[in-house]
Design a protein around this ligand. Structure first.
Ligand code: TXA
Ligand code: MG
Length: 339
């Protein structure tokens, strides 16, 4: 049985948070909202508790988890050094959708870091996450609260659909905000390296600390990525998805051809594009990149086997949060159509 609490985003109810925090303190798994996606939390200092996360999600053990904390002091307690560039990033972007990879001091259980010498740390900004972290007083290991391979959850219902009965608790604090996961930046080298694009953009990071590199694996999917999680199939909808680059007529052409082949075609596109396309099921994602990021994972979960045979999704400019959107779409897609 999974205990579910409904609470107000801005006024986290004390009783619910208290109960959820106690479950965490007692070594159980609890899902909770952050400003990016829902996380599935467990006490990061307790290897047995952490193994419950891997088990519930069906997550490969070689994919390290992010340790979530309420304060910078707590964060300092998990790392062996805090380079100046990391200090600066913390000062500017946290609390917020940024995860910093630093040398671990071994306080967290070694299955949190998949036995790497480094650890990803993050101070979320969502009021419910903050209250829960403060109340339990522990570093909380938390990957996205979905079954491994599925789109990350942006609502409590997504979590419920995937993990009901497999976790001890779910704090429902409404839909998350950003909609794609935190930016992961490795600060263990002289020049920081973005391992996963996310809520904080490369442009924002460069403006803050000067030079920032991007993991070459993000451009070339053939290379083995440094964020171990990036090598797995991710964000997959129930039915195949094609990413189609090009003008409106071209996208419509691809849809028409498949419908002529008796396929039922679903479409995901910006509201502007969606309004002009014809298909069997159309999900408008929003009118700007921020809105599109916020609705992306919900859209991927809406298309059901039996309703459509194929999803066609347009491509988006790789600027601002568009980098994160395209990174996730490329992982979700079964084909990229660009000729
Ligand atoms: O927004 C988020 O980051 C959400 C919320 C719940 O905070 N969490 C999340 O966790 O997306 P997860 O486990 O789904 O993704 C963590 C990513 C993975 O790609 C993982 O490989 C990478 O961060 N990562 C974690 N620790 C790392 C480390 N020490 N070195 C390199 N990559 C690391
Ligand atoms: Mg994930």
């Amino acid at each position: 049985q999974t205990k579910r609490w409904n609470i107000q985003r801005e006024q986290p109810d004390h009783q619910a948070i208290q109960e959820a925090a106690e479950l965490l303190q007692n070594g159980h798994t609890v899902a909770f909202p952050t400003e990016t996606v829902y996380g599935l939390g467990a006490d990061a200092t307790d290897a047995r508790a952490v193994s419950g996360i891997f088990k519930a999600k069906g997550r490969p053990e070689d994919n390290p988890l992010i340790a979530h904390v309420a304060t910078k002091e707590q964060l300092r307690g998990l790392v062996s050094t805090l380079p100046a560039v990391a200090e600066k990033l913390l000062e500017l972007f946290t609390p917020g959708p940024l995860t910093i990879v630093l040398p671990s001091n071994g306080v967290c259980a070694d299955n949190v870091t998949a036995r790497l010498s480094t650890i990803g740390v993050r101070i979320p900004e969502h009021p419910v996450a903050r209250k829960l972290l403060k109340t339990c007083g522990l570093p909380i290991a938390a990957p996205s609260a979905n079954i491994s391979g599925k789109p990350s959850p942006t609502t409590a219902d997504h979590v419920w659909a995937d993990l009901q009965g497999k976790i001890a608790g779910l704090v429902d604090g409404g839909p998350t905000g950003v909609g794609v996961e935190s930016t992961v930046i490795d600060c263990t080298q002289d020049i920081p390296v973005v391992l996963r694009p996310g809520g904080i953009t490369k442009e924002q990071l460069q403006a803050a600390v000067g030079s920032v590199m991007v993991d070459p694996a993000l451009a070339n999917t053939a290379d083995r990525p440094k964020a171990p999680g990036m090598k797995y199939t991710h964000y997959a909808p129930e039915v195949p998805m094609w990413l189609v680059e090009g003008a409106l007529e071209k996208i419509q052409g691809v849809i028409d051809k498949e419908r002529d082949n008796r396929k039922r075609v679903g479409v995901m596109a910006s509201t502007e594009t969606a309004d002009k396309l014809q298909a069997d099921q159309i999900i408008p994602l929003g009118s700007d990149l921020r809105e599109i990021a916020a609705s992306l994972y919900d859209a991927l979960r809406i298309f059901k086997n039996g309703d459509v045979d194929l999803i066609v999704c347009e491509t988006f400019p790789q600027i601002d949060i568009g980098q994160a959107i395209m990174n996730r779409l490329k992982k979700a897609a079964t084909a990229y159509v660009d000729n």
